[in-house]
Write a protein that binds this ligand. Structure first.
Ligand code: GDP
Length: 528
């Protein structure tokens, strides 16, 4: 039986990630969140941040400074009586496969929306991914210190596009230069904003009660406006409901400015109060509860060559149940081997440190010398595997070719290993010897060529290939599948794990095949 101390450790943990469109303010919120967690004395040192540019240079710089990208991948900090794990996801388009898989390792998400721009493309995509597991979503509407769109419009847009009910927890008063603060609907208090305090934790200026005359003294005619507005808001929006939040149907919404460090703490209060504690995960032998006191976890991300001196790769493992202790033995179920782990890493903000112990909900970094793959399960000895670490159908394709044709074997081996690691996907058409590389973000292509050279000693180049989308193929009907295999052979390929895929030159082609072969399932994701 699990003892109380153990359960307390689980209960106090919250593991979440931020989903947003580039520039909405994810990095800034991360800085402020860490400031509240006392993890950083003065926010602003999360990473040597780009100047408005999200391109290559950003990632390449991070790569150069290797360690830094690790420490920003996972951050753990205390907040009130809780321990929060924030999993970072790259903000730009590239490496979105990593982003997607990271979302399988969290128990809730914070959706950040730019109040001037509303719902943007990338946020929509990431929301779709969170829907695969009905992850609870908290919403922060950012940049209220600028001219924004009407808050009611913004909520309508979130409801329409994201198909999730909005329950405002705070409501903004004014905007831009006239941003006065927010009214907290559940606490019935107004929290006043003061500019120029973004680098600190502001002393709270709170006025209790919506009818308090002090409110009129503080914000003048905005007070009366707010009172009228709230009537409207209460009529037009949803009330917070914990059950609906936990099932992903409703999102609590907060307003503020990350740059001004206002509102982030209200959101954190909601996160630790309502967001789920570490949840169990499905395995092929049934659900594994986080309160089960024996260790288990799964690998959702592998980051290459983070320490140039050791050329190691770190496998990020989400603990599902039990506890990691330094020096413990783990069973790696895919290869059926026991490994003793005494050098797992933890990710206290700003540093990576050797870890003594970690609990369900935490992320540990395992040194990987090539034997760990994305989706691998580690257990205390049981032979089950966790389900649900997805591959996503790539959207970009190139044919990869060798400069020196004699090294075909090395190229193939390198590509398959890189695909097992999740760095890229590889497809081998049934009808020829092409090797087609598929990625979700363009940067993946460059990384693959660089790593093929450094780690497999092959010089490869890309060529155009007439593929625009891919789907994994399934069918319950073996006969129909065989027939499909014969008839559609020119569009079929095997991926890095030998799974049958349909590679389509155009969406039109894909849709036609779908109509023509109704017994064949075309999947946009594949689970490891
Ligand atoms: P990310 O791409 O989502 O990580 O966004 P960043 O945190 O890097 O923010 C993008 C830009 O918006 C930066 O120049 C930030 O300083 C700015 N920014 C972030 N939050 C706010 C805010 O609340 N108000 C204003 N005015 N600017 C903000």
């Amino acid at each position: 039986m699990a003892n109380q101390d153990f359960l307390n450790e689980i209960n106090k943990r919250r593991t979440f990630a931020i989903i947003s469109h580039p520039d909405a303010g994810k990095t800034t919120i991360t800085e402020k969140v860490l400031l509240f967690g006392n993890a950083l004395q003065k926010a602003g040192t999360v990473k040597g941040k780009k100047s408005g540019q999200h391109a290559k240079s950003d990632w390449m710089e991070m790569e150069k400074e290797r360690g830094i990208s690790v420490t920003t991948s996972v951050m753990q900090f205390p907040y009130n009586d809780h321990l929060v794990n924030l999993l970072d996801t790259p903000g730009h388009e590239d490496f979105s496969e990593d982003t997607y898989r990271t979302l399988t390792a969290v128990d809730s998400c914070l959706m950040v929306i730019d109040a001037a721009k509303g719902v943007e493309a990338r946020t929509i995509k990431l929301m779709e991914v969170t829907r695969l597991r009905d992850t609870p979503i908290i919403t922060f509407i950012n940049k209220l210190d600028r001219d924004t769109r009407d808050p009611i419009d913004l909520l309508d847009e979130v409801e329409d596009i994201m198909k999730i009910k909005c329950a405002p927890i705070t409501w903004p008063i004014g905007m831009g230069k006239e941003f006065k603060g927010v009214y907290h609907l559940l606490r019935d208090e107004t929290i006043l904003y003061k500019t120029g305090m973004g680098h600190t934790i502001q002393e709270k200026r709170i006025i209790k009660g919506i009818d308090n005359p002090l409110l009129d003294d503080a914000i003048g005619s905005y007070a009366e406006e707010l009172r009228e507005m709230l009537e409207l808001v209460k009529g037009a929006s949803h009330e917070f409901d914990l059950q609906q939040f936990l099932s992903g149907e409703l999102t609590p919404v907060y307003f503020g400015t990350a740059l001004g460090n206002f509102g982030v703490d209200h959101m954190l209060d909601g996160l630790v109060e309502w967001a789920p504690k570490p949840q169990g995960r499905e395995s092929d032998l049934g659900k594994v509860s986080s309160e089960q006191n024996k260790f288990s976890g799964f690998v959702f991300k592998i980051q290459a060559n983070m320490d140039p001196k050791h050329r190691d790769r770190i496998a990020f493992c989400r603990i599902v149940s039990g506890k990691y202790e330094k020096g413990m033995k783990m069973h790696q179920t895919r290869i059926g081997k026991d490994v003793r782990i005494s050098d797992a890493l933890t990710f206290l903000a700003g540093d990576r440190a050797l870890l003594e112990e970690a609990y369900a909900g935490d992320i540990i970094g395992l040194h990987n010398h090539g034997s760990i793959q994305i989706g691998d399960t580690f257990t205390w000895g049981e032979k089950f595997r966790f389900a649900g670490i997805p591959n996503f159908a790539p959207e970009l394709f190139k044919r990869i070719r060798l400069k020196d044709p004699l090294k075909q074997k090395q190229l193939q081996k390198g590509l398959i290993q890189l695909s097992e690691e999740g760095a890229v996907q590889v497809f081998r058409p049934l009808v020829n010897n092409d090797l087609i590389v598929g990625a979700v973000g363009v940067l993946q292509f460059d990384v693959v060529v660089a790593r093929l050279k450094a780690e497999y000693n092959v010089d490869a180049i890309y060529e155009h290939v007439n593929v625009s989308t891919a789907r994994w193929i399934y069918s319950k009907d073996e006969k129909k599948l065989d027939e499909f295999r014969r008839k559609a052979e020119v569009n079929l390929a095997l991926d890095g794990g030998d799974n049958l895929t349909y590679i389509a030159p155009t969406m039109v082609n894909l849709n036609l095949s779908r109509e023509r072969y109704p017994d064949i399932e075309f999947h946009t994701t594949r689970e490891h």
